[in-house]
Design a protein around this ligand. Structure first.
Ligand code: GRF
Length: 236
């Protein structure tokens, strides 16, 4: 009995001492999803270290959130001469910055620019994206409006591996809700965002714990459970 207890303690300690997953985030806007990761990390609920946040917009509130949490930021919106940065220049600087942070995982959380295949292929870590639809349905923009117009009964959000083709990489996890007949695009957006705030830390936890295994080529493998994507049905 005693031996069992001691063994259990030893295992728990080993887990506690395991290195946190080094996570870099790319964000363009409000950063509410980033905030959820910050809060979970600070509460000790998620075994990650947020090593840096990159934004392509200087007015993104995500930057303020990162600075408040003492997370390094890189604002790559304008060149030194004051011109808006071209995407190729953004990618050059972002690559250099990411290489310095040595992330294990890169999360696009509300990052609103399309990245080139060169950037994605040469990224120093697997990259995942949070998308506000049940992929493969509604890739791209205006997902809530399009889901409403199509009369969808179920809607939600997905986390997928980033590949050169927009919103087309392997879907890892999804959170679903029932569309309410009274929903507008705005109310649906708000309801889906609540799901995002649960799906992102949950998925990050699965990756940090090795339940979902993303190798350096961004290929996902999944040994412990039957099939991807894992789905959360939430009632909100
Ligand atoms: C999310 O709704 C996400 O689905 C979309 O952009 C939004 C980002 O929200 N791609 P926030 O910046 O995390 O608050």
């Amino acid at each position: 009995m005693l031996e069992g207890n001691l063994q259990y303690t030893a295992k728990s300690t080993a887990k506690e001492l395991a290195k946190p997953l080094r996570v870099a985030v790319l964000a363009s806007g409000n950063g509410s999803n980033l905030q959820v990761l910050i809060d979970a990390m600070q509460a000790g609920a998620l075994p990650i270290e947020l090593v840096g946040v990159i934004s392509n917009r200087e007015d993104a509130y995500a930057i303020t959130r990162a600075i408040k949490a003492n997370i390094p930021v890189a604002i790559l919106s304008h060149t030194e001469s004051g011109k808006r940065m071209a995407m190729t220049t953004f990618e050059t600087h972002a690559s250099t910055q990411l290489a310095q942070w040595h992330p294990d995982l890169i999360i696009l959380a509300g990052f609103m620019r399309v990245l080139s295949s060169d950037f994605i292929d040469n990224a120093p870590a697997p990259m995942i994206n949070l998308h506000p639809s049940l992929l493969p349905a509604y890739k791209g923009l205006d997902t809530h409006q399009r889901a409403l117009e199509a009369g969808e009964r179920l809607h939600g959000c997905s986390i997928h591996v980033v590949t050169a083709e927009l919103d087309a990489g392997a879907v890892l996890t999804q959170a679903l809700l029932e569309v309410n007949p009274k929903d507008s695009a705005d109310s649906l957006q708000a309801r889906v965002q609540k799901l995002e705030h649960q799906l992102l830390p949950w998925t990050t936890m699965l990756i940090a714990k090795g339940v979902i295994n993303l190798n350096s080529e961004g290929k996902e493998s999944f040994s412990m459970l039957p099939a991807l994507p894992l789905k959360l049905y939430l009632n909100n």
